[in-house]
Ligand binder design. Sequence first.
Ligand code: AMP
Length: 191
Amino acid sequence: MRVVLLGPPGCGKGTQAELVAANYRIAHISTGELLRAEAAAGTDLGRQAQAVMASGQLVSDAIVLGMIEHRLTAPDTDNGFLLDGFPRTLVQAESLDRLLDKLQQPLSAVVQLDVDDGELVRRLLSRGRADDSEITIRRRLGVYEAQTKPLSDYYRRQAKLHAVNGVGDIDAIWGRVFAALGGLDKVDANH
Ligand code: AMP
């Protein structure tokens, strides 16, 4: 199971990503988390990324692709992976396809969580992360529209896109995500 979870900031990607990863026992890979860990550790890369993240812009494709390539060759991805917050640009999506081609591990599906802008701003403002001020939120939503939205068409053309309504309670949304993934190959500890 190799999945991309697509959707704007505040759509609930992180929460659903954890549910998918736990239920399918696959690695949860969040580029935002990886970048925040680099920043917290005070590495060169982290220092470069920190200012960009605080501004609500995207970190360079080169930095993110380097991190992903490294991460996708770790043994915990053998059973599959879920990508959360990556890819975010067409360059990243095309590079990911090339990398997975080389690894002979094509994506199984792309799940897109749809949430309207008003609800996104409301959720982000209540989250209180360092990059969640109103100005930064607006900028991140703008960046999403301009740079990440085109990925919907990219994956639709590959017949991999599954759009899911991301409004409602966590369990209801998880039910929709699970249905979109076809309920296939689920490792269920309870049965
Ligand atoms: P997130 O935790 O996914 O909301 O990401 C937080 C911030 O990290 C974003 O606003 C970007 O500045 C940066 N970031 C995370 N993932 C990527 C990516 N795939 N490409 C570029 N920048 C990213």
